[in-house]
Write a protein that binds this ligand. Structure first.
Ligand code: HEM
Length: 155
């Protein structure tokens, strides 16, 4: 481990009857973001990450708590805004998921890999939907003032 404090890394959590050790989650997340940093396309949006060990710790905690594990870090995430401004779109998501699924298969047994794959696909769909809603609101707010002004001036 690279100077990362993962407490109770032998602790396990059961998701739909499939066991994950905290350490399994860390190993996947750590390798995944190593692959992301080497990917010619995804390394670009991820340039916003200044502290990789901190990001890996945060994302290990994210998955651990999403799987039902007890929180041990400050537990607030703002993925929709962050992803929107990182340029999140369907094409980047497909690439992200493909690298993620390869990473799962490299480290986990088939039941763990299949379950986590399914969960990540669902999260990806939810993020995509929220990203589109955020985009609409953002575009309305940023064009709304102009269109209101021009409507009023025409009436
Ligand atoms: C199922 C797919 C994904 C999941 C579950 C996921 C999850 C997350 C979470 C939980 C965070 C931390 C958010 C926070 O600090 O509040 C994060 C950060 C980030 N994600 Fe994703 N992500 C996904 C896909 C993507 C994709 C496709 C991109 C490509 C643009 C992306 C780019 C980023 C970046 C750049 C950050 C760091 C933002 C920052 O702190 O500067 N993610 N992601």
């Amino acid at each position: 481990m690279k100077n990362i404090n993962i407490p109770n890394d032998n602790e396990t959590i059961s998701v739909n009857g499939v066991q994950f050790a905290h350490r399994d989650i860390y190993v996947v997340v750590d390798d995944f973001y190593t692959r992301i940093q080497l990917d010619p396309v995804l390394q670009i949006p991820f340039q916003s990450v200044g502290d990789w060990p901190e990001h890996i710790q945060k994302l290990t905690h994210f998955w651990w708590t999403r799987f039902g594990g007890k929180p041990y870090l400050f537990n607030h995430y703002d993925p929709v805004t962050k992803h929107f401004f990182a340029g999140f779109n369907r094409e980047l998501l497909e690439r992200w998921l493909s690298i993620f699924h390869d990473t799962l298969r490299s480290h986990l047994n088939p039941s763990q890999a299949e379950l986590w794959k399914l969960i990540s696909e669902r999260m990806g769909d939810a993020l995509s939907m929220k990203n589109e809603l955020f985009r609409r609101e953002y575009e309305q707010q940023n064009t709304g003032a102009d269109s209101r002004t021009s409507k009023n001036s025409n009436s």
